[in-house]
Design a protein around this ligand. Sequence first.
Ligand code: UD1
Ligand code: CA
Length: 449
Amino acid sequence: MTRRTCQAIILAAGQGTRMKSDKPKVLHEVAGLSMVGHVTKAASKSGVDLISVVVGPDMDAVHREANNAHPTVNAHVQTERLGTAHAVLAARPDLIEAKDDVLVLFGDTPLLTSETLLSVREKLAKSNDVVVLGFRPAVPDPYGRLIEKNGKLVAIREAKDCTSEELAITFCNGGIMGFSGKHVLELLDAIEDTNAQKEFYLTDAVEKANEKGLMVTALEADEEELQGVNTRQHLANVEASFQVRARLEAMANGATLIAPETVFFSYDTKLGKDVVIEPNVIFAPGVTIADNVTIRAFSHLESATVAEGCVIGPYARLRPGTELEKGAKIGNFVELKKTRVEKGAKVNHLSYIGDARVGEKANIGAGTITCNYDGFDKFKTDIGKGAFIGSNTALVAPATIGDGAFIGAGSVITGPVAADDLAFTRAPVIVKSGWAASFRAKKAQKSKK
Ligand code: UD1
Ligand code: CA
């Protein structure tokens, strides 16, 4: 059997006024990725050959965002919002030589999975011409109802056009539809705007297909997966569902989450086996964690790569460009940025290390700061293998500390230090014998008067 080709059309022309936002609705993020990014990724994973996105005027950013999730996405502009069928037809140039399967997706349903899209494609492969993804929402009020007769899907009726009997139907349109490429254009072109909202409804394709004697079927999916976002509250609901899914997946793959409900993942977080995550840990995008890593409570990680056996936190912050090699230890109130901490090195307490390399087994004392920025440019710090940096040291970059060098506590290091040398800067200690006692005595006498 030859492989069926497929194209997905993602509708995203709506501004989403109920979000009360200056940016298009589909650019709002779930787990660190825009909603349109999630939908594009799901489409991409289901093996499509072409993705088209329908956007409103001035929505180049939506196109760019979809393009980040899939290498080539065609954008089409729908200048007037005349309904979902009209929106799909904005992608007409991509439909003239339609692929075998055409999937129509909404940019605001970010939890849609590629598995569900594959099940729609399976139905299309079994000679169905129109496949509708239905669901049974707890509150069906706003959704289109799936009208069935003798077990056959005969129409979809928008809530605003329903009779009271039709409104009692609980099987609803989830919004995602599949079409056979052979018929998609003739079906869409036949749709009219004779309805309560004077819009061209994509859903009318079901009735048109029935009139033409084509095969139409519904497929039931999970309500959670088809949740759409219209408001900030919906966005929070979708985020919560995503996090539940991600935590279960992390545990299923061999991570221990001590208080799963307090750990937040990004869409792309990668965890190895036997990773232990303590409560209140946040993963921003771009984090990869290898096996046997422990992340202690209240740590925040972003664009960081962590090798086997590292221990991070509590209260650690790994910022973009952090790379921890095997067995590195990062302790409390330590912030790292664009820094490679090599094998077995330790930065255990209260430090800021940025734009740096910390050599193998080096030990960075409490309160060490790399002074990497002069208000205009950033400079690098290179700390050699086995170096020992005393507590409360300021390394003024560009700085080079050789292998095995020692830096005395409290130093401000402004020049290079060679391998195995000791360097320190220190004000002399001044001792005034008995000064404190006589000071207290003087104060005590004054308060008696
Ligand atoms: C749609 C379905 C309804 C279904 C519901 C599920 C239709 C007619 N109705 O209703 O049966 O139960 O989704 O959530 O399809 N869009 C455009 N251009 C337009 C109109 C819409 O790009 O001219 C985009 C929107 O940005 C959105 C999507 O299409 O991403 C759906 O449009 P929306 O107005 O939200 O449809 P619903 O009324 O929710
Ligand atoms: Ca909607």
